[in-house]
Design a protein around this ligand. Structure first.
Ligand code: NDP
Ligand code: BG6
Length: 508
């Protein structure tokens, strides 16, 4: 076993039998266990109101990791012996006494040396309550570390996010709080920094002299599935834009950090967001587009007919927007963003569109007008998921007689082996929190700026009634999203095959 196996910790997981715990957290911990980052000195205490014995809980954990345990049943059994359960209502202050005793016992039994990691994987209205109770009941040991991982959403507007942050701060110092944004832990999002700051050829052109626009697309083909109750309250703006997209945009826009440390990176990201143009309501109206999906031809419901959704819901399942930065690097360069449910496909990509040459010397050879020779923009595409890689589109000479140009792509795709080796976001984040590395977590100042920006749009949308539904499943959203770019003489680089046909057929 390597040195990292010495991570000593008792993890207390509020929401221990919830969807996130079963689907993401236990498989991630198992992966860390297999790799030796967790060994004999860790224990996890799962909680929920529903009573379970330790054995029943261990069975749930084994089931949760069954996909990753082919030929590893022995290791899975051993892993599950580190899991314990405590029936606990997070709102009942008395219950924390029992919890404290269990944590102390597990600490003793597993030699965790007082290291405590609390993970809030429950509904967000409980986050503040848990933090307060942990404080009141003096759960914090005198030695070892106390750390808190908190799931999204971090508030639902600036005021509620601030209140939550204040509540957490009563118990935990900021450097003990790890606010999850799992997009920050995706391999290709991390790669943005390597690509920019490891390559002078890229970074020297990463500004408004060379870049025409940047496009960020987080596309999902599924609808709201099991999470309609949460989603109908949240909508795409809060669910995806305020957190994941704003983080990605900050990473793309930031200046070079002094060093690649969590504080330096967080500082630059916040600085970038501070220069994001804060829209007035009328500017927000012009620069933001919302959509809600309709029924499809294959029996798929309208959003408003989904189980758990208000039949008159005005919740948006799609957002597109144009963001502008008022700083020297980015002045005049739009960052177009879009995300939605029931779109053409499940993928995340970033397209960095460079300016065309100001003069196209190939356009009119020998005085003849020849449209086929128009030079295309160079585009750097960062494929985040499902493919991991990037490509650079260049103009090259078309082979053969004469002189015409064609676009060619320089492609890099991560190998299957590298892909298999890559830890999933939750695995990476667990380890980061154990190693006290904040780089891939959301910082409070960035969350605060992001909410202040988003609140203007949300307030506007809460007053104005939209014309929903307005896009067909399987497309890339409503026509207004295309118009947003078309009015600037631009277009989305990624186009879904049937998008235009469907738009012409159904919605205007
Ligand atoms: P679930 O509803 O599946 O699980 C919630 C858990 O909380 C259950 O174990 C439930 O058990 C427990 N719980 C509810 N009320 C109490 C209470 N009063 N005291 C103690 N435990 C309670 O939620 P998810 O796992 O889906 O989500 C958890 C968190 O993760 C949320 O903040 C969500 O926003 C976030 N998240 C989830 C994602 C996902 O894919 N699921 C993705 C991104 C974020 P019981 O009823 O027995 O008490
Ligand atoms: C979550 C959102 O944060 O991200 C979900 O709440 C969304 O609505 C999910 O489906 C997408 O994450 P990923 O990693 O599957 O792209």
């Amino acid at each position: 076993m390597n040195e990292l196996a010495e991570n000593r910790v008792v993890i207390t997981l509020f929401g221990g039998v919830g969807d996130l715990a079963r689907r993401k957290l236990y498989p991630s911990l198992f992966s860390l266990y297999k790799k030796g980052y967790l060994g004999e000195h860790f224990a996890l205490l799962g909680t929920s109101r529903h009573p379970l014995s330790d054995e029943e809980f261990q069975k749930i954990v084994r089931e949760s990791i069954s996909k990753e345990t082919e030929n590893q049943a022995g290791q899975a059994d051993k892993f599950s012996t580190h899991f314990f359960f405590q029936s606990h209502d997070v709102t009942d202050a008395e219950h924390y006494k029992v919890l404290y005793k269990r944590i102390a016992d597990l600490d003793e039994k597993f030699g965790a040396e007082g290291n405590r990691l609390f993970y809030m994987s429950v509904a967000p209205q409980f986050f503040g309550t848990i933090a307060r109770n942990l404080n009141n009941k003096h759960l914090k040991p005198s030695k070892g570390f106390n750390r808190l991982i908190i799931e999204k959403p971090f508030g639902n507007d600036f005021d509620s996010a601030k209140k939550l942050n204040d509540e957490l701060s009563e118990t935990f110092r900021d450097d003990q709080i790890f606010r999850i944004d799992h997009y920050l832990a995706k391999e290709m999002i991390l790669n943005i920094e390597a690509l920019r700051f490891g390559n002078p050829i890229i970074e020297s052109m990463w500004n408004n002299n060379y870049i025409d626009n940047i496009q960020v697309t987080l596309s999902e083909d599924l609808g709201v599935e099991e999470r309609a109750g949460y989603y109908d309250e949240s909508g795409a703006l809060r669910d995806m834009v305020q957190n994941h997209i704003m983080q990605i945009v900050a990473q793309l826009a930031m200046e070079e950090p002094v060093a690649f440390t969590d504080n330096d990176v967080m500082y630059e990201k916040v600085k970038a967001l501070r220069s994001l143009r804060r829209y007035s309501p009328s500017e927000a109206d012009a620069n933001f587009v919302r959509g809600q999906y309709d029924a499809d031809d294959k029996g798929g419901h309208q959003y408003r007919e989904e189980n758990g959704v208000d039949p008159h819901s005005n919740t948006e399942t799609f957002v597109a927007a144009k963001l502008m930065f008022d700083n020297y690097r980015w002045y005049g360069v739009p960052f177009y963003i879009r995300t939605g449910k029931k779109l053409a496909d499940k993928f995340t990509r970033i397209d960095v569109v460079f300016k065309k040459p100001v003069i196209d010397i190939f356009k009119n050879p020998h005085g003849q007008d020849n449209d086929s020779q128009n030079l295309r923009s160079n585009v750097l595409t960062i494929y985040v998921e499902p493919t991991s890689g990037f490509s650079l589109r260049l103009n090259a000479k078309n082979a053969g007689q004469g002189f015409t140009t064609i676009p060619v792509d320089l492609d890099y795709k991560q190998s299957d082996e590298a892909h298999d080796e890559t830890p999933g976001p939750y695995e990476r984040l667990f380890l980061d929190a154990l190693e006290n590395n904040h780089t891939n977590f959301a910082s409070w100042p960035l969350i605060a700026y992001s909410w202040k920006f988003i609140d203007v749009i949300r307030n506007l949308w809460d007053i104005e009634k939209p014309d929903f539904p307005n896009y067909r499943p399987g497309t890339m959203g409503p026509k207004a999203s295309d118009d947003l770019l078309a009015r600037d003489g631009r277009h989305w680089i990624y186009q879904a095959q049937n998008h235009q046909d469907e738009i012409n057929k159904n919605h205007h």
